[in-house]
Design a protein around this ligand. Sequence first.
Ligand code: B12
Length: 252
Amino acid sequence: MAQQDKKGIVKPYGDAMGDGAVQLSFTLPGVSGEIAEEAARRLAGKMGIDDPYVSSCDDIGSEMTFIVLYGKVRHSVDIGQIKGFDRGDEKIPNMKVIDHMIEEKLGRVITAVGACIESDAHTVGIDAIMNMKGYSGDYGLERYKNIRAINMGAQVSAEEVVREAIREKAEVILVSQVVTQKEVHVRNLTRLVDLLEAEHVRDGVILVVGGPRITRELAKELGFDAGFGRGTLPSHVAWFILNRLLEKEGRA
Ligand code: B12
């Protein structure tokens, strides 16, 4: 439970309630030593951070200085104003229950094709969701009797994913995007949606994206059915798939 006062106004907590203590780290180009330290303190002030204390200021080469700074943020946030997010306390059933519900309520095996797309080589996230072993004690989709999980691995082009989904008559496409440098994930994901639309198969699949910097809002904005971020468990995804399919069929 976040530390907060009675009115729902939240400030970071360090040594004492409401002290606003935060730690920042960032890299400053073109400066070093005491000038870098002073630049960091001034920058902190502009960010609304009082009493900035530079705890480390290291030369990391190529005229770059890496700073770690502590301070007290002036700002607070009213959590009462935050609307439209689930409270994260939905009780998600375990694999056995979901698997049984797929059989009972849907009555068929769901085919899901997954991949980490384009130049992105990070396999761990998609494997965590799809592979038998799963993640953090939660079995992966391959372990579900009623899900046929086809994990294509990493660095798979959007075209290959679309072809495989059509060939395998997939009801679900799962894509992972971990690298977000220069918004490359946005371009890759948009292209995948465009290709699915061009093949007239977008409406026939549940399209899901995941990755550490993926948010539900971004996923929706890009035309996906759902987005899953850090800490996602395979059962979260299976539960979403089941409910979305039931909803699509008017049986929710
Ligand atoms: C391991 C790793 C690598 C390995 C990958 C090996 C492999 N087989 O996957 C190697 C060494 C190859 C690598 C390379 C690179 N990496 Co790297 N890598 C990492 C590292 C350390 C861990 C990633 C990881 O495995 N996390 C564990 C998994 C379980 O977490 P996850 O991916 O978030 O997945 C969870 C959720 O996000 C979600 N999820 C993920 N995908 C999906 C998909 C679906 C459908 C769903 C529902 C959910 C879901 O569920 C998962 C389980 O909860 C991270 C730093 C970090 N600590 O996160 C950097 C990191 C991701 N890498 C980074 C970078 C920059 C690179 C390189 C570009 C470096 C370089 N200059 O060469 C290259 C890129 C290579 C490429 N072409 O993609 C950056 C990315 C920055 C950014 N935002 O763009 C990071 C954040 C490091 C950093 N701080 O700079 N990397």
